[in-house]
Design a protein around this ligand. Structure first.
Ligand SMILES: Cc1cc2nc3c(=O)[nH]c(=O)nc-3n(C[C@H](O)[C@H](O)[C@H](O)COP(=O)(O)O)c2cc1C
Length: 181
């Protein structure tokens, strides 16, 4: 298990080859999320899946929101947004759904564990990978409207998933900050 954890990598947009993942893979990721720990089993998260046919709508929302919020939009940024439908396989919007039964930080902690579960399941796929993005206009007013979020919900980014020709496993980490007593 330690090896699987160490070899789990984020793979980014520039690595995606445009292949589209089978829905079975996406279902497994979503299923894994619910096995995250949560205090009082509040399961304080939900997901909105953008399948390949809906990625152009997502890119359009992101582009409109970006243009709304920037008086001088960056052309490279706009081109990156426009490339999403061809590059991505699926985008999974990650939404915090607070239960108000436990402190809010515990709900965020549980959401983080849910995304780690998804990352680990995705890591088992030989041909698909992805990364958690907290860019791309997350939680901007237009995006909240587009995703139809309730007022107490928080848009915590997307898991962007894409096809890969080659998966990376290696990375460096400093030693863990720990004190044994
Ligand atoms: C909460 C969170 C938000 C992140 N947001 C971004 C992001 O907006 N853009 C990005 O390129 N990577 C993002 N990442 C992925 C990190 O860049 C990545 O986890 C880090 O580089 C370590 O690489 P690894 O996941 O392969 O171990 C995010 C990760 C987390 C946990």
């Amino acid at each position: 298990m330690l090896k699987q954890i160490q070899e789990r990598r984020s793979h980014f947009l520039k690595e995606f080859n445009g292949d589209k993942a089978p829905n079975d893979l996406i279902h497994s990721l979503i299923k894994s999320a619910n096995w995250a720990p949560s205090h009082k089993l509040t399961l304080p998260f939900r997901f909105i899946v953008f399948s390949p046919q809906k990625l152009s709508i997502l890119a359009q929302y992101i582009e409109e929101s970006y243009i709304d919020r920037h008086s001088e939009p960056n052309i490279d940024k706009l081109n990156k947004i426009k490339s999403l439908p061809t590059k991505l396989s699926h985008a999974i919007a990650i939404v915090l759904k607070p239960s108000n039964k436990v402190p809010l930080w515990e709900e965020y902690a549980s959401l983080g564990a849910a995304v780690q579960n998804m990352y680990l399941v995705l890591s088992e796929s030989p041909n698909f990978g992805g990364y958690w993005t907290t860019g791309n206009e997350i939680d901007a007013p237009k995006m909240r409207e587009a995703l139809n979020l309730a007022s107490e919900e928080v848009h915590c980014g997307y898991l962007f998933i894409g096809g890969l020709n080659q998966k990376r496993t290696l990375a460096q980490r400093p030693d863990t900050d720990v004190r044994w007593v």
